[in-house]
Design a protein around this ligand. Structure first.
Ligand code: GDC
Length: 377
């Protein structure tokens, strides 16, 4: 039997690694995994799949690399992106927008190669910021992405690439699938260094506070902001179900179990068996005030929605990070790891609408950079 070639770009990342693990167990599937990172830096590497690692072989910003990867592919899962949690995306908008290269080149190469299906990992960051100002909001339904006012930088790129998928499908016939991920967490993902999201950051801080003996942690914002967090197993299940479905429009893939960040900390504390003093850092990146996934559509299409409870998922994530923390010899830096760092990479371009003060402003105020407003009368 000839195998179906299935390409996963971004395979060295958190979600990509888990997806490869699932696909490689499927009968008749030959997985081709690619990532710009050298294989030593992949979260998970599987020797039984075809791996393309590092800048020469796995950099899917490069159209030539994409063409090689997509040759003969039946399915393409495009998960590569320069991304991270709020500390990264608020401070690295240019880098986030450069993911347009990976999305464009992978889509073009998949279409050129005659791939049957193309999966694009979009994000809840595409949603209109005006609809996320209230922590007790009603959940975000797919139509809430328009009129467009997404997360500055990262969200605009995702929204653009969503539409590019749609037009490639309409104009060129490639079957595209677009899922809007809502904050995915779990083992084998980023847990320190500036790109980590709240679930991993909170687990690490609790572990570090316990190890340091100084029972206090820093929390970004005032802790009342709300989110829903999706465990990685639900995410992979949802990706495969959406790919196999006939769903053509962008669809939410997220948990509908909404919690405050304070409640997330409560869960991590109860798993750790500690109670910590909370230091609220109000000038840290905090993103939108409230976000949850409206799952009406996915339930209607698939009769399914993510269902792993936050407590169960955080327990597994906590245990994995605890292992990384202690095996990696981080005890000596435990006190420092009760806070989170920001990650800076892109430089502002003076005179091009960049507002230094916009970096940590509320998302919805960032939509129109200075100098791009309506002309004064
Ligand atoms: O980073 P994130 O998980 O991303 O942050 C959630 C909330 O947790 C924010 O309000 C943040 O201020 C708060 N928070 C408190 N302490 C910490 O130490 C910390 N680190 C982090 N990171 N946050 C902390 C994400 C994007 C993703 C992706 C998803 C889609 O936004 O960063 O790239 O697209 O959304 O849902 P979040 O949920 O705002």
């Amino acid at each position: 039997m000839t195998s179906r070639v299935v390409v996963v770009s971004g395979a060295g990342g958190f979600i990509g690694g888990h997806l490869v693990d699932r696909l490689r167990r499927m009968p008749g599937v030959k997985v081709r995994a690619a990532d710009i990172k050298p294989s030593d830096d992949w979260y998970q590497v599987f020797p039984d799949v075809e791996n393309h690692a590092g800048p020469l072989d796995g950099d899917v910003r490069d159209f030539g690399v994409c063409r090689r990867l997509c040759r003969g592919a039946a399915d393409v899962y495009q998960l590569s992106a320069d991304m991270g949690g709020m500390g990264f995306i608020e401070n690295n908008k240019a880098l986030c927008m450069l993911s347009v290269l990976t999305n464009t080149h992978m889509l073009l190469a998949a279409q050129e190669a005659g791939a049957g299906r193309f999966f694009f990992s979009s994000s809840a960051c595409v949603y209109n910021a005006d609809k996320q100002k209230d922590p007790n909001l009603t959940a975000l339904a797919e139509a809430d992405a328009y009129p467009a006012l997404p997360e500055d930088g990262y969200g605009w790129e995702k929204l653009f690439s969503e539409r590019m998928c749609r037009h490639f499908r309409e104009d060129f016939g490639i079957q595209t699938r677009v899922a809007r991920f809502h904050n995915v967490y779990g083992p084998h993902g980023t847990w320190c260094g500036g790109r980590e999201k709240a679930p991993a950051a909170v687990c690490r801080k609790v572990i570090a506070a316990k190890a340091s003996g100084d029972h206090s942690i820093e929390i970004w914002g005032d802790g009342t902001q709300t989110r829903s967090f999706m465990y990685i197993d639900d995410c992979v299940e949802g990706i495969l179900k959406i790919m196999d479905s006939g769903i053509l429009e962008p669809i939410n893939l997220g948990s509908s179990e909404m919690v405050t960040i304070n409640q997330l900390v409560d869960i991590a504390e109860s798993i750790a068996g500690v109670k910590l003093e909370r230091r609220y850092k109000l000038d840290a990146p905090r993103g939108v005030a409230g976000r949850n996934s409206d799952n009406t559509k996915i339930k209607g299409y698939l009769g399914w929605e993510p269902s792993i409870s936050l407590r169960d998922g955080i327990r597994k994530t906590y245990e994995w990070i605890d292992g990384q923390f202690h095996r990696g010899g981080h005890q000596s830096d435990a006190r420092g790891m009760t806070s989170s760092t920001f990650s800076h990479g892109s430089k502002p371009i003076p005179g091009d609408g960049f507002m230094a003060e916009s970096r940590h402003m509320d998302t919805w105020k960032q939509a129109i950079p200075a100098g791009y407003g309506p002309p004064s009368a």
